[in-house]
Write a protein that binds this ligand. Structure first.
Ligand code: TRP
Length: 455
């Protein structure tokens, strides 16, 4: 019965399709919105170095762990752990992942809504100033409204709901395959403009000249959390996507390619933003609004700026949409496989749940501005609780599972596609990392970053 169900699963249709989908999950608001603002808030270059270390030594191994688990079991985040370890509560790791997907989507759809709104504002000529006061005011007016940002959030949810109901291959592949090269090209154009602004040098040294005195435990936790968020790992999204991947795919190679490409996009977004931050007299630690107040100034100081600005927000919206599809796929695969819900029912109810939860994030700048959870607004709480707590926690358990619970011979067989690839050495290094380094490193950073232990 189970076997039959899994046999019927739709998969990604080609190797390019898989990379596009996994990259489509990784690249999103994380690169274009979050990476710059978190880098700005944590002091720049030194933070970026720590971030790169987190990606290579922690994020990448967890990503590979998830892909291996997913492809091996051909199941959703919960079902995968149940299949591999039926008698122990490891499936709770998948359960926490489903919860994380809701929490991330709650604030992700808020920001995606702002991006969708900016497409129209840019097109309508409402963002034509290069003055910090003007671009800040335009953004503040949008987010402190009630009906307008809620409308855009619901709009986003309807768009992704429609795409999801069209199915795995058709929906996800088509959207993501087309867009990556275009987004890349546009970022390149903005980078050139930003780098040639008078005073751009200050922004460049902010990005690339590290000041190590800026590194504190909370900075390290922010870098680690961002690495998880960026690579879409720690909550079973890559287990779910891995379950659609063909058995001949070279998973380690794919994970490395995705992490490299993703990091490149983040750095390019940084180069687009920081020279302009300093050239136009903004502050780098402006927080979540950074992208929205800086980007208009860059475009407004270049020829055809308005056209390019519309294109930029459009491509960012599409990238965000690809990322959201992977987030949604976690609860949807769970509900359809574990409870035999139809895809339609699972999609509709998931989206409804996210809409309800997410509206509290959207209203964090207006009606609920004074309502706090652990001293944070709903928006900040969802963001912090997922990136800086739940994803790293998920990462610890996913690594521990592969390092200590899963038979190493089986791990190596899965990693080498049943012995077809020769990557024994790499596999040994990987197992060593997930067995010792990854869980210990995350645990220390998490405990210290949350002030539970002190060095
Ligand atoms: N990586 C995406 C981004 O940077 C966000 C994302 C998509 C995500 N799927 C995820 C984050 C799963 C954590 C887990 O925008």
């Amino acid at each position: 019965m189970k076997q039959e169900m899994y046999a019927k699963r739709e998969g990604f249709s080609s190797s390019i399709g898989v990379i596009a989908a996994v990259l489509g999950s990784a690249v999103g608001l994380g690169n274009i919105w979050k990476f710059p603002y978190v880098t700005g808030a944590n002091g720049g270059a030194a933070f970026i170095l720590v971030y790169l270390l987190c990606v290579a030594l922690v994020g990448l191994p967890v990503m590979l762990s998830e892909l291996l688990i997913g492809r091996h079991t051909k199941a959703n985040a919960v079902g995968a752990f149940k299949a591999l370890q039926p008698r122990r509560p490891w499936f709770l790791v998948g359960g926490a992942g489903v919860l994380s997907a809701f929490l991330i989507m709650a604030f992700y759809t808020t920001v995606a809504g702002w991006v969708y709104a900016y497409i129209f504002k840019a097109a309508g000529g409402m963002l034509v100033s290069t003055k910090p006061e003007d671009t800040s005011l335009a953004f503040k007016t949008l987010i402190s409204g009630v009906a307008e940002p809620l409308f855009w959030q619901m709009f986003v949810l309807i768009v992704i709901g429609a795409i999801i109901m069209a199915g795995v291959t058709k929906g996800i592949e088509r959207v993501t395959k087309l867009l990556m090269p275009l987004l890349f090209l546009l970022l390149l154009i903005i980078d050139i403009r930003s780098l040639t602004l008078p005073g751009a040098g200050v922004g460049l040294s902010f990005l690339f000249k590290p000041d190590f005195s800026k590194i504190t435990v909370s900075v390290i936790l922010a870098a680690l959390g961002l690495a998880f968020f960026k690579l879409s790992v720690g909550m079973g999204a890559m287990i779910t996507y891995g379950s659609y991947v063909d058995k001949n795919e070279n998973l380690p190679k794919m994970a490395i390619k995705v992490a490299l490409a993703d990091t490149l996009v983040s750095l390019m977004a940084g180069i687009a933003i920081f020279p302009a931050v300093f050239a136009f007299g903004f502050k780098p630690d402006a927080g979540p609004k950074l992208l929205f107040i800086i980007i208009p100034t860059v475009f407004n100081s270049m020829p055809l700026g308005r056209l390019f600005m519309v294109l930029f927000f459009l491509l960012t919206a599409i990238a965000a949409t690809g990322a959201m599809l992977s987030l949604l796929e976690v609860p949807i695969a769970y509900l359809t496989e574990q409870y035999q819900w139809t895809r339609r029912k699972a999609t509709l109810l998931t989206i409804l749940g996210i809409g309800l939860l997410g509206s509290t994030a959207t209203l964090s700048n207006s009606l609920f501005a004074k309502v706090t959870v652990f001293g944070k607004t709903f928006f900040d709480f969802f963001d912090f609780a997922t990136s800086n707590v739940l994803l790293p926690l998920g990462g610890i358990f996913i690594a521990l599972f592969v390092g200590w619970q899963w038979n190493h011979t089986k791990v190596k067989l899965e990693m080498s596609n049943g012995g077809q690839l020769t990557n024994e050495r790499l596999a040994d290094a990987f197992i060593f990392l997930v067995k010792f380094i990854v869980p210990v490193a995350i645990a220390l950073v998490l405990l210290a970053g949350l002030n539970i232990i002190h060095f």
